[in-house]
Design a protein around this ligand. Structure first.
Ligand code: FAD
Length: 380
């Protein structure tokens, strides 16, 4: 069966997204039930739904903020893996300080005209559409002047330029928007409500980072929808087509990597033994909670700590761990995730920002003194 058919079957049966609502490719199941279904799927070795921001972030955000008409238009191609999406939030001068974004959207009848540039756009080169934050009211207070749009990436005003990361891959991009157009109907959550919508999406992103995407389809390298699903799954398991991001989010917690370092738990070296014990604890906490009973910022911090611990342990296991795909026994599997580990402490809001959120929002500590430039950080 082709990948396209498999993804359609999974979606239409409701078993791909059992936690989504009935009638919207789901079965109205709780998160615990959803995790039970995922475990059963992994146990029989079945290929998962697309591992793409459209599935993990856009769909749940649309379900929360609507309007309904956008769900009618976009949910099916997302659920069935026909369209990949990307997230146009960060700018060269607005990352943690996201409310400082300057990409502008000016209204022209039923259209909005977009100008600016975005950066670190994961999967921008293979995306059919994007979610975009842009400033619709430059006079308004920083947060309320922002709106949230759906942008067609395949139009003349959008140009995508690849950025190479230290794994050697080109998975994220800089995206230049020059008189790009958005239909007024493609505003999510209402005009000037972009900050609220973005914070919902970032919560989902932190949850997804903490949970990982075990066994799902890595789509950053654009899989061939016509290929047999078994072949795609096999290639991804071998690591041939799989991206560092996929490893770091999901497979860093998988058995290949974990077994490689497990033996170090009984190491005579007290530093290695300590790191191995921490890694074991962090993995168990994440497995146990699946990132959900924890505040998303806590789950995300645990996940980035686990990525770093596994990286350090793996490197300590010897020179074999430093070989890349062509000459390595594991096809470079470990090295890819190890080199990507640092990115997990940055993507979706840095560790420092997560700690600020935990201090101020979870523990109720006083806000840190701020200067205007970073008064509004990338946090809910
Ligand atoms: C792998 C990866 C994928 C990504 N994918 C996307 C994507 O698809 N779409 C997208 O829009 N963006 C994406 N990003 C960008 C990411 O969201 C930003 O890199 C991140 O929010 C940090 O912003 P910055 O890089 O501008 O760093 P800065 O905000 O400039 O931060 C620099 C340093 O200062 C610290 N800092 C800043 N403010 C504070 C503060 N108030 N308190 C304490 N410390 C602070 C930070 O923790 C950091 O260490 C991705 C990043 C990575 C690494």
């Amino acid at each position: 069966m082709s990948l396209a058919n498999w993804w359609r079957r999974l979606a239409e049966s409701g078993w791909g997204y059992p936690h989504w609502p009935e009638g919207q490719f789901g079965k109205d199941m709780s998160h615990e039930q959803h995790m039970e279904v995922e475990r059963a799927r992994v146990a029989v070795g079945a290929f998962g739904v697309p591992n793409d921001v459209s599935v993990t972030l856009v769909a749940p955000t649309l379900m929360e903020h609507g309007p309904e008409i956008l769900l009618d238009r976009y949910l099916e191609p997302i659920a069935t893996g026909q369209e990949m999406w990307c997230q146009l939030f960060s700018e060269p001068d607005a990352g943690s300080d996201l409310a400082g974004l300057t990409t502008s959207a000016e209204r022209d009848g039923d259209r909005w005209i977009i100008n600016g540039s975005k950066v670190w756009t994961t999967g921008g080169h293979v995306s059919r559409r994007a979610v975009l934050m842009a400033r619709t009211d430059p006079q308004a207070e920083r947060h309320s002047g922002i709106s949230f749009f759906i942008l067609d990436m395949e139009q003349p005003g959008v140009s995508v330029s690849p950025l190479r990361d230290m794994t050697g891959a080109e998975e994220f991009n800089q995206v230049f928007l020059h008189n790009a157009e958005v239909d007024h109907r493609d505003v999510i959550g209402g005009l000037g409500e972009g900050w609220r919508v973005a914070m919902t999406m970032l919560q989902h992103e932190r949850d997804a980072d903490a949970i990982g995407h075990d066994g799902g389809g890595d789509v950053i390298n654009q899989v061939d929808l016509n290929a047999p699903v078994g072949q795609v799954q096999e290639e991804q398991q071998k690591g041939g087509t799989t991206s560092g991001f996929f490893y770091a989010t999901g497979s860093v917690k998988d058995d290949v990597t974990f077994n490689m370092v497990k033996q170090l738990a009984s190491s005579d070296d007290p530093v290695l033994g300590d790191t191995a014990t921490k890694a074991k604890m962090h993995r168990e906490l994440l497995d146990l909670n699946s990132g959900r009973d924890l505040p998303p910022s806590v789950g995300k911090l645990l996940n980035s700590a686990l990525c770093r611990e596994l990286r350090d342990l793996g490197f300590a296991a010897g020179p074999a761990s430093q070989l890349s795909s062509e000459d390595s026994v594991d096809g470079g599997h470990f090295l890819k995730s190890a080199l990507f580990a640092a990115g997990m402490s940055i993507a979706g809001g840095t560790d420092e920002i997560q700690r600020n959120i935990i201090g101020e929002r979870v523990l109720g500590l006083p806000r840190e003194p701020s200067v205007e430039a970073n008064a509004d950080r990338k946090e809910p």
